[in-house]
Design a protein. Structure first.
Length: 290
């Protein structure tokens, strides 16, 4: 992973050049931010020549990165973004898929689905910063994040029915859970693409921002949001996410039982003792994730 000052890591130069032959190991850039952003990890898609399309290699890299992050106690929030101007992710790499045997296609979709599920199950908050187009699997990636932020000019849609297939990496399940069943059906049946403003109006994203000259307005908003999460108790954040995710899939009575069990996990922690002490002493808490 690349470690460096926040100026370089958090706000890459708008004038940066993107070579057409990015090395495979650079297709996903992992950055651990410093200073006031310490605890935020940025996963940056970087396949400029293929509009960040999900290839076998990129899916493998995302899976590897997510696997490393889930056991790293220093990670407090993950921001998923694109380092390629104007595009978040165009979906599956159809050029690569055209060369696959039918059995390979099934295997690839299963791997992509599993990887996106791993992203959804990360124990820390995740934010998708959508500064450009997010179609098909690209939007499914964003749907797996806890929160989505987009530029007003960004384009989003699950367009698989145009290709006579359906979303295969969680889209048919996560979109209706996000915006409601009827509207999700409408968007999938029509393969409609919406911009940031409409996405905000239907609840697909939480925040919409005007794009800036650098083309990273959604990313900057995502960082500001991530900074709001940093001061909170790390164990509480993990357990809160677990309680919400599990509770949303069951009835209210069962959900309340899940909340009770999750709450109990926060009682014996050193963080809770520190939180109460800090409140009493009227100072910011110094949490260690214990």
């Amino acid at each position: 992973p690349l470690r460096g000052g926040v100026a370089a890591a958090a706000f890459p130069s708008a004038g940066r050049s993107y070579g057409s032959q990015a090395k495979e190991e650079e297709e996903l850039r992992v950055r651990y931010l410093d200073d006031e952003h310490k605890g935020i990890v940025v996963l940056g898609l970087n396949r400029s020549h293929a509009k960040n399309a999900l290839s076998k290699n990129l899916v493998k890299m995302i899976s590897k990165a997510v696997d490393a992050l889930k056991s790293d106690k220093k990670v407090r929030t993950v921001v998923f973004r694109s380092e390629v101007p104007g595009i978040f992710c165009a979906g599956a790499d159809l050029k690569e898929r055209a060369k696959m045997h039918s059995s390979e296609v099934s295997s690839f979709v299963s791997r992509a689905r599993a990887t996106i599920n791993e992203l959804a199950n990360l124990p820390v908050p995740t934010i998708a910063a959508i500064d450009g187009t997010a179609l098909g699997g690209g939007l499914e990636l964003a749907l797996a994040c806890d929160i989505r932020v987009a530029a007003s000019s960004a384009k989003m849609g699950l367009v698989e029915t145009k290709l006579a297939i359906i979303p295969g990496a969680g889209g048919t399940q996560r979109l209706p859970r996000t915006i409601g069943v009827s509207l999700a059906k409408e968007l999938i049946f029509s393969a409609r693409i919406v911009d940031g403003e409409e996405a905000k109006s239907i609840g697909l994203i939480s925040h919409v921002v005007e794009q800036n000259e650098a083309g990273d307005a959604a990313y900057r908003r995502a960082l500001a949001l991530a900074r709001e999460f940093l001061p909170q108790g790390p164990v509480a954040m993990r357990v809160a996410k677990l309680a919400i995710n599990q509770g949303m899939e069951v009835d209210l009575v069962t959900g309340l039982a899940i909340e009770e069990a999750c709450y109990a996990q926060t009682i014996p922690t050193k963080d809770r003792i520190e939180g109460l002490l800090a409140f009493k002493e009227k100072r910011p808490p110094r949490y260690k994730g214990e």
